[in-house]
Design a binder for this molecule. Structure first.
Ligand SMILES: [Zn+2]
Ligand SMILES: [Zn+2]
Length: 134
C-alpha cells in the first residue's frame, strides 16, 4: 500500500499498489500549476485510489475542458487529476507520496512544451505529447 498526503495533512490518501508507474510531464499546465520545471506524475487505476481523509473538502480547478485537478482547500497541495474521457485512471503527483515506494519511470511526456532551461539527462523514452500507456 502506497500512502500520500498534502502538506498540512488535512487530506490523506492510499493507493492499493506496491509500485508506481511514473512519467515526467513538461506540459505548460503542469509547470504553471506546480511552479516547477516539470512534474513527476504517477498513473493510478481509479479503483485503487482511496482518499481516507478530507475528501469532502477538496476543491477543484478545470485546467482544460474535462480535465479536473483537485486540491487541498487549506494548503492547496495538488491531490489528483482526472480526465473525463479516461475515468478508469487518474494521476497523482509523486511529491505527495509519503515514504519511498518502488517507482518505475516510463518516460518523458509533453516534451514539445519543455522549456530550454530544463534538461533531460537520461535515456528514457521521449513523447512529444501525451503518453497514456503504462
Ligand atoms: Zn493540505
Ligand atoms: Zn502536464
Amino acid at each position: 500500500m502506497v500512502k500520500g498526503s498534502c502538506h498540512c495533512k488535512k487530506v490523506e490518501f492510499e493507493i492499493a499498489e506496491e509500485e508506481l508507474s511514473v512519467r515526467y510531464c513538461y506540459c505548460e499546465t503542469c509547470r504553471k500549476l506546480s511552479g516547477g520545471d516539470y512534474s513527476s506524475v504517477a498513473r493510478v487505476d481509479s479503483c485503487k485510489f482511496n482518499i481516507t481523509q478530507g475528501k469532502e473538502s477538496l476543491i477543484s480547478y478545470e485546467s482544460r475542458p474535462g480535465k479536473n485537478r483537485y486540491y487541498c482547500p487549506n494548503c492547496f497541495s495538488p491531490i489528483y487529476v482526472t480526465t473525463n474521457n479516461e475515468l478508469s485512471f487518474l494521476r497523482v503527483r509523486l511529491g505527495l507520496i509519503d515514504g519511498e515506494p518502488k517507482v518505475t519511470v516510463t518516460g518523458h511526456m509533453w516534451v514539445s512544451e519543455k522549456p530550454n532551461w530544463c534538461l533531460i539527462k537520461d535515456e528514457l523514452p521521449i513523447y512529444e505529447y501525451e503518453y497514456t500507456g503504462k
